[in-house]
Structures are given as structure tokens and as C-alpha cells.
Design a protein around this ligand. Structure first.
Ligand SMILES: [Zn+2]
Length: 194
């Protein structure tokens, strides 16, 4: 099997992409730590359960969260397929850049409060979209354009924007589907050049 046909998230190509991003993370002095070990995240978990009326129960176990130059990963991180870890870390590195751009306070304000903390969180939706565009690009690069085109994958992204995961940050599914379609078109153009 040639390197270009190794689309597996558990294959050698996935592992080398993960190794490469881990090297970059080390050089940039970004920390990767377990979320469950952080008292801040245990506090956020309790707060999220309250404000979402129990809609969000998996903050500690299912979500990777970045604050500043620290990427907090769930306890089962090491059992996650290398390709998925790579895709996730590239997404989180976008958030690291955003923290560099806006600062800790600026990022907290934009991410949490503008214009509303829930239901209509335009800034959070745009910051997340910038990172999900990279997720889409990574899936296309490792798993192939067909995987990036998969409607069930798109609906998973749509659900994240419109559902309780991020406090119903942008509950307009058609808009999110339009963003995905636009990014896919860009990815396909980029691929066509090669
Ligand atoms: Zn994100």
C-alpha cells in the first residue's frame, strides 16, 4: 500500500501526521494535559451542566478544550486513533492562534459573551468555524475527499453549532451547511491544483 492510499486513522500515515504535529506543539511550547486533572475544568463542567439544564454532560469526557497555550484532552485520549488525535490537535492549534491574536481576556469575552453567551453566540461560532474549517481540511487530507464530503460528518458539525454542545451557539443549520459547502469547494479547488 502506498502512502497516498493509506487513508486509515490508525495507519502509519496517520501516526506520522500525529508525530509531526506533536513535534510542532513541543517546539511552540504548547502544553497537552488531561482535562480531568484540572480543577478549573471540573468547575466548568459543573457550570455547564447547570446552564444547559443537564444538556451538556460530557464536557470532561468527550471534549478537547484549549485555553491560552494549553490543550486539555479527555482521559481516553491515548486510546483515540492517531489520525483523530491529529485532526483534533490541528483544530485546537487554531484556537491557540486565536488566543495569541485576541489575548486571554479578549478571547474569553468574544468566546463566552458576544453577543450572547448562549443561543446567539456569533463570535464563538465564527471562532469555532475557523477551527472546524481546519478539521474539514484535515479529514480531506488524511481520510480523503469522500470522507470530507460525507453528509453524516457534515451533520455532526451542524449539530455542534446548533445543539447543546457549545450552548446552541449558532442555531441556523442552513447557514452552517453553507459554510461547510464553501470550505469544501475551496478544499476541492486546492486538491485540483496538485
Ligand atoms: Zn474548537
Amino acid at each position: 500500500m502506498s502512502a497516498s492510499t493509506d487513508r486509515s486513522v490508525r495507519g502509519p500515515r496517520a501516526q506520522s501526521l500525529l508525530d509531526e504535529v506533536m513535534r510542532r506543539i513541543e517546539v511552540e511550547r504548547v502544553a497537552v494535559v488531561y482535562k480531568g486533572d484540572s480543577s478549573l475544568h471540573r468547575l466548568i463542567d459543573r457550570a455547564l451542566r447547570l446552564v444547559t439544564f443537564g444538556g451538556m454532560q460530557t464536557y470532561l469526557t468527550d471534549y478537547v478544550t484549549t485555553i491560552g497555550r494549553t490543550i486539555y484532552v479527555p482521559d481516553d485520549w491515548d486510546r483515540t486513533p492517531p489520525g483523530r488525535r491529529w485532526e483534533t490537535l490541528e483544530h485546537e492549534l487554531v484556537h491557540v492562534r486565536q488566543f495569541e491574536r485576541f489575548g486571554l481576556v479578549g478571547m474569553a469575552l468574544l468566546y463566552l459573551l458576544v453577543p450572547l453567551p448562549m443561543g446567539l453566540a456569533w463570535c464563538r461560532a465564527r471562532l469555532e468555524w475557523e477551527a472546524y474549517a481546519v478539521t474539514l481540511r484535515c479529514v480531506a487530507e488524511l481520510e480523503g475527499i469522500e470522507a470530507a464530503r460525507d453528509p453524516s460528518f457534515h451533520e455532526e458539525i451542524v449539530r455542534r453549532f446548533t445543539g447543546p454542545d457549545y450552548g446552541y451557539m449558532w442555531p441556523f443549520a442552513r447557514a452552517v451547511r453553507r459554510w461547510i459547502a464553501g470550505e469544501l469547494a475551496t478544499i476541492e479547488r486546492t486538491l485540483a491544483v496538485h
